[in-house]
Design a protein around this ligand. Structure first.
Ligand code: GTQ
Ligand code: FE2
Length: 355
């Protein structure tokens, strides 16, 4: 190795710094031509000491969102759009259809008489109903009539279509895991010939059969919940009782997680959800965890401080807390927050942390 020898001092150690720097750079240039690179130049940015996120804390106020979504109803039908949804894009990730790095959020509207045609995809979806009453979603042969505050599950590859037989527009928050699915490059989707699926079960079967503390004999055997709609009518009184009983976490309020009744685990392998009630004047202690979280205000008013920034929220406002940023809720009125994150996915991979 004539070159190396020429750059070594007589004692055998590397020569003056400028020599070694020049040698290194020449080496990096040579290996670059072979599609290789030195790890030591990037080590600290690929194995970071703490989570690094581009995600910013942000709130979308319903006063803006609702009028714009209603306006979109005059521009395109649900059929033509397939899904008429305005995407809630994190301001730091515009153009990427992401609210957090792993989750998509959007506001969908179905007008009276409209149908959003049946399809299925690998991405799992949840809906959280904001406005309207009486529209339905059909999932795997079961129709669910939806009301405000209902939490609806559309699991991986489950056929689903939406329709509105009521006389008012229905708006809901969609959250899908497709940024995560696309990170793994595992997305598939297909449409059906018929716009609406044939129902094979009674409306509300899944909640009635699985949501009452007994389970039908036989095994469910899937890795997601058999319940397609966790209604607000049933969930709200539970957090109200917890609040009344003083079961109030100093950070999270009187909170429940939506559970798969068969396993006690999360509703989906990729996403988990919570409902929390807070008393008026709650001043929460700060909390942080590695799962970036999307919140929806269902009732009341408050402010969430995220990493020093105040996000003010009221009914139907949606806000995002990035991964590992400390946040603390406080309330001006008794309030209810729904939240959703990728915590089950992180836990399954053994990478979730809090504290
Ligand atoms: O309602 O099926 O916001 O497939 C994005 C993709 C909603 C849906 C979205 C979807 C849907
Ligand atoms: Fe879908």
């Amino acid at each position: 190795m004539a070159v190396a020898t020429a750059n070594k001092a007589s004692n055998g150690k590397p020569g003056p710094k400028h020599n070694i720097e020049a040698m290194r750079q020449a080496f990096y240039d040579r290996i670059a031509k072979k599609d290789m690179a030195p790890l030591w130049k990037v080590m600290k940015s690929v194995v970071t000491k703490e989570p690094v996120t581009r995600c910013q804390p942000h709130v979308w106020h319903y006063s803006d969102v609702k009028s714009l979504v209603l306006e979109s109803g005059g521009l395109i039908t649900a059929e033509e759009a397939e899904r008429r949804v305005l995407i809630l894009e994190n301001p730091a990730m515009r153009g990427e259809s992401k609210a957090t790095n792993t989750l998509f959020a959007g506001i969908q509207m179905i007008m009276p008489g409209e149908v959003a045609p049946a399809h299925r995809h690998v991405s799992s979806a949840i809906r959280f109903v904001l406005d309207g009453k009486g529209a339905y979603t059909a999932v795997e042969g079961e129709k669910s009539i939806m009301s405000r505050g209902d939490f609806v599950i559309t699991a991986n590859w489950a056929p689903h279509d939406h329709g509105n037989t009521s006389d008012q527009p229905m708006l809901w928050l969609d959250v899908l895991d497709f940024p995560a699915v696309n990170f793994y490059e595992t997305s598939f989707a297909e449409q059906f010939d018929e716009p609406t699926q044939v129902t094979t079960r009674e409306n509300g079967d899944s909640l009635n059969l699985y949501g009452s503390g007994v389970l039908p004999d036989g095994s469910w055997g899937r890795n997601y919940t058999p319940v397609i709609n966790y209604t607000y009518e049933r969930t709200r009184p539970i957090v109200a009782r917890m609040l009344a009983a003083g079961e109030i976490d100093k950070r999270h309020g009187a909170r429940v997680h939506y559970a798969n009744p068969v396993t006690g685990g999360p509703v989906l392998p990729t996403m988990g959800a919570w409902l929390a009630m807070f008393p008026k004047g709650f001043k929460g202690e700060p909390y942080r965890a590695t799962d970036g979280t999307i919140f929806v205000c269902v009732e009341g008013e408050g402010t969430t401080n995220v990493d020093g920034k105040d996000l003010d929220w009221g009914p139907n406002d949606v806000f995002v807390v990035p991964p590992w940023k400390r946040y603390a809720h406080k309330t001006a009125k008794q309030a209810v927050l729904f939240s959703i994150s990728d915590r089950p996915a992180q836990k399954a991979l053994g990478i979730w942390r809090e504290g």
